[in-house]
Design a protein around this ligand. Sequence first.
Ligand code: RP5
Length: 169
Amino acid sequence: MANNDASKGAPLVGVIMGSSSDWDVMQHAVNMLRDFGVPHEAQVISAHRMPDQMFAYAESARQRGLRAIIAGAGGAAHLPGMVAAKTIVPVLGVPVPSKYLRGEDSLLSIVQMPKGVPVSTFAIGEAGAANAALTAIAILAATDEALAQRLQDFRAKQTQAALDMTLPL
Ligand code: RP5
């Protein structure tokens, strides 16, 4: 079941993940999109447990107006690659930490796409999820000046925070 941020119109970014257990990580993407006021949707789509729904989601994504898909998965993380195989909407892959290999398996599963069907791959865990959202925002900002300004302001705030840092000398 999709959770839409419906107050802001039709979703421009889809956030999908292989399990509700991925939410701890993937919420960082959703929170970032919400902070920037980007219309988005979020839902569980498991590549190996709901392959038909995964294909339907990917096949309809462009027509529904999605401009980017953030896909998070752990372990043998085939969700981002299989979604990318079925749509030309940019897919941003987030490796979710796994129980035994701590996400190195997820990272390699997502990043090693064969030539021709790219998945832009991010860091393992919450930094990756947040940065995937920032990249989706940057994609949208190319044609949305107000959003571009909010992204510039976000960067400026980070710069100021770093400038204000002191060391306990
Ligand atoms: C993957 O398997 C999911 O993306 C998740 O990271 C992992 C474990 O899923 P659950 O067993 O917690 O549902 O499909």
